[in-house]
Structures are given as C-alpha cells and as structure tokens.
Design a protein around this ligand. Sequence first.
Ligand code: NAD
Ligand code: MG
Length: 390
Amino acid sequence: MSQRGIAVLGSTGSIGTATLRVIARHVDRFRIVALTAFGNAALLREQARSVQPEYVGIVNRNGDGDPAWATGAECLVEAATRPDVDIVVNAIVGAAGLQATLAALRAGKRVALANKESLVIGGEFVLRACSEGGGEIVPVDSEHSAIVQCIGGRPASEVSRLIITASGGPFRDWDAERIARAGIQDALNHPTWNMGRKITIDSATLANKALEVIEAHYLFGLPYDRIDVVVHPHSIVHSFVEFVDGSVLAQLGFPTMELPILYALTHPDRISDAPARRFDPAAASPLTFEPVDLERFPSLALGIQAGCTGGAAPAVFNGANEEAVCLFLGGTIGFGDIPRAVDSALSLLGDAPAESIGDVTAADAAAREHVRHLFRQSGGASKSPAPVYV
Ligand code: NAD
Ligand code: MG
C-alpha cells in the first residue's frame, strides 16, 4: 500500500499534536511530509526530529528555529501545495488559515479542515476553489464529522435538518451578570474538551457554535433555518441529522478529537484503530439535552445573524471576535466586552459586500481595527497586544 503524504499546518497546537499521535499509529498508510507552526520552535524541532518531514515552516522565527526552515506566512501555502502532499490537515487557529485552505483546494488536495474560520470568512470562495481545483474538504470539527458520518453519502435532498450539539461551556448554569464578569481562568475551564485557548474562549461565549453553524451551512448547503443548536453537556452525541422521512441519526462517542481527525484522513473508509476509550452506553448515561439560551450567550445569536446576512458579515463577526478574544486573554477587556465588541463591529461593518476574497480580508481587517479602536477610546486596550493564543 502506498503511503499518503500529509502536511500538518499548526502542528504544535491541540489538533496538530493530536494529528501527529493519530498518524504515529498508522505509519503504514500516512507519511508526514510537511509541518508548520507559528512560533513554538522548541516543539516544532522535537516534532521534526521525530517524523523527519521533507519541509518545515515557521511563520515567526523570532531568533530561534532551524536555519533550514522556511519562514513567513508564505510557508503555509508552500507546505499546502507541495506535489508530495495528498492531504492537508489545516489545524491553524483563526483567519490566518484561510490562504492555505484556498491554495490546497486549488491544488486539488484533500483538506482535513479543523480551521473552521476558513469556511466562515471565505465560504463561497473556499467552495469555488474546491470545485475548480478538484480538491475536497473533510471536516475535523467533531460535530461536522458526525454529520458527514450520519449523512453517509446520501444526497442533500434527503436531509431535512441538522441539529448541532453544544456542550454549553463552563457558564452553562451561570446568570448573565455573572457571565459578563467571568475571569480568564473561569473561561478557560472547559468542562468536556481540552483545546487551544482561542476555541476554549469561543466555547465559553458560544461564538464557537455560531462559527460551526456557518461552517455547516457551507459544508452541507442547508439554509440557516434548517440548522439547529441544542445544548448537550456531556459531549457524547456529536450531532444529529434529520432526514426527510423523519428518521434521525446521531454519531456518538466519548469526547476525543482523534476519531474525527482519523476519519478526515480515511474518509469514506474506516480503518482499525485503538481509541483511548471504547464506548459504553451505561457509563455515558444519562444523555441530556436542553435548549440554548441566546439571551445569556449573545455571541451565538450575533454569529447566526451574521451568517444569515451573508456578504462579508461572517468575516466581520469572526475578525471582531478574534480580536476581542485576544484582548480578553491579554487581560485588557472583560468577558462581557467580547459580544459587545462583536455587536458594535457588525452594526458598523456588517453590510459590507463580499465580491472577492480581497473584500473578505478587508472586512476582517476593518473589524479588528474597529475593536481595537473601541477599547482604545474607552481607555481599555492601548494597543493591540501580541497574539496570546499562538
Ligand atoms: P491551538 O492554539 O492549540 O493551535 C494552533 C496552531 O496554529 C499552533 O500550531 C500555532 O502555532 C498555529 N498558528 C497560530 N497562529 C498562526 C498563524 N498566524 N499562522 C500560522 N500558524 C498559526 O489551536 P487548536 O485548538 O488546535 O485549534 C486549531 C483549529 O482547530 C481552530 O480553528 C479550532 O477552531 C479548530 N478546532 C479545534 C478543536 C480542538 O479540540 N482543539 C476542535 C475542533 C476544531
Ligand atoms: Mg466543534
């Protein structure tokens, strides 16, 4: 059997390191040919020593790192488009992942997509790059992986509704006033998943679920009124698909990203693996579900609204949210300021058009600048802090 060449972008992060663990169990099938990271040179060097890739890129060398490594943001596209790469695992956090997704799809690669922000901000353009380049997107996000598995290749005309599950995050039981005053450690304390800092904050505001609704809209081609969200605190049911005859399928398992990562590599096939924990219905009981409260989690409502508005609104939502999360993690603004900043950016910039990818990246930049300006004015952030989640 010939090995498939893999590029892991964002190899030093939570999804990146999980991907390396998964691939280490299947070296007969997969060979890592490229690794990239933002700036964690020490871990990147250790990974490079272990998997011996042909190509290593670090966006921000900052004095350390190997002189043979490629540097700068261009390394992401370079790694993603190499001829020896069959599958690009895009595990970069944030809008910084967009260009690599576009380039990989245009080059006809399979993109195992963890970087949901690519689809949120570049939706139509990402889909076009995919069809024009002959590429393929297989989601890594556990909810979307569940949906792909439930749909099982049936045509879109047979799907009537998606029900995306949300853990509810650490503030599921908190009242609105207490949520607004939550501290950084409170927000980083996710009940069921151990993830990078940015997505962990997004899981506390539920902005992550809004990103996932928009991601699902583009991946599965369903209008927003046929994509629902339900809170399921234990993260056992990863999502549901309702079909036109009323039948509902769900995909279940104890929370681990290793399964959706492996499935994104092998789809539509399944291969034998040794998960940390086999499913046990009795141990998983009881499975409970509750409606989502949009009043206490305004970021979710704002994001879904941005999705419905279309154009550059999702890019504004995402850019403003990324900037606000960065300011929150830098200790400059409060938790309640995150949705406030996003709301303000959408009110001002949300009707921007998206005729080109340039429009989308301009909207992203304008949203970030607006959020910085907002808190500069109110005496909050005096300058944009260094990104604290890379
Ligand atoms: P992380 O912060 O742990 O890792 C991010 C990786 O991206 C790191 O390797 C970092 O070096 C790299 N990176 C950061 N900024 C970059 C930049 N400007 N340019 C190039 N590389 C950069 O994040 P994560 O939790 O692994 O999440 C990665 C992506 O996967 C996100 O889009 C997230 O929403 C998605 N995701 C994560 C999980 C999870 O369990 N962690 C689950 C579902 C989806
Ligand atoms: Mg998810």
